[in-house]
Design a protein around this ligand. Structure first.
Ligand code: ATP
Length: 192
């Protein structure tokens, strides 16, 4: 029986917040591994201009390559276009017995607007990342009630902040793995 966690996002860049959280979820949910899946175009960020999919995927690869319980997939990048969770889960469902799809706390309150939310629930268990500081629920719908909330170690790191810091010449040493930092500098990412 393979039970895997799916962690999707833009990952521009992947950072220690993502990695620490993924490690917690793996342990709390007793998963075999966590698969990081960068979106080609995130449905929630269609007007943002992220780094190229290749750069984002390479940084994920550098971050997880030596970690046995982490993996990555280029399924959404290969497919191109807007990356819908339902399509990705349909594909992964053919390969794994049980899928757990990890989302940030705020996402559960917009989940009803996602493409085919009921189908997503049939394909995977929804795992919502909750922190001690998370605000009380804005409302509780059927998706909220079917989700599993996990309290993870929260560390306040955001990719937006990392991009800003690089742009402003500030260090990012303790925010991303060393190899990712090297990649960002060698490829002159986030300087514009
Ligand atoms: P941005 O600042 O560009 O919006 P981000 O740092 O939030 O990026 P995403 O790639 O959008 O990163 O996030 C992917 C997933 O990781 C989302 O579900 C998001 O909620 C979650 N996430 C982001 N930052 C953290 C963090 N510090 N701890 C735990 N989860 C996080």
């Amino acid at each position: 029986m393979s039970k895997v966690g799916i962690f999707g996002g833009t990952f521009d860049p992947i950072h220690l917040g993502h990695l620490i959280t993924a490690q917690s979820v793996k342990e709390i949910r007793d998963l075999d591994k966590i698969i990081f899946i960068p979106a080609y175009i995130s449905p929630h960020k269609t007007d943002a201009k992220p780094s190229s999919p290749e750069d984002r995927l390479k940084m994920i690869k550098l971050a997880v390559d030596s970690i046995p319980f982490f993996d990555y997939s280029d399924i959404e990048i290969k497919k191109g276009g807007v990356s819908y969770t339902v399509d990705t889960l349909r594909e992964l469902n053919k390969k794994y017995d049980k899928l757990e799809f990890i989302i940030g706390y705020d996402n559960i309150f917009t989940f009803h607007t996602w493409k085919e939310p009921d189908e997503i629930l049939k394909l995977a268990k929804i795992i919502v990342l909750k922190r001690k500081s998370s605000h009380p629920p804005q409302f509780e719908d059927k998706y909220y009630h079917q989700a599993v909330f996990v309290q993870t170690r929260g560390i306040e790191i955001s990719a937006t902040d990392i991009r800003e810091r690089v742009k402003n010449g500030l260090p990012i040493n303790f925010l991303v793995p060393p190899k990712v930092m090297e990649y960002i500098y060698n490829h002159k990412l986030y300087t514009e």
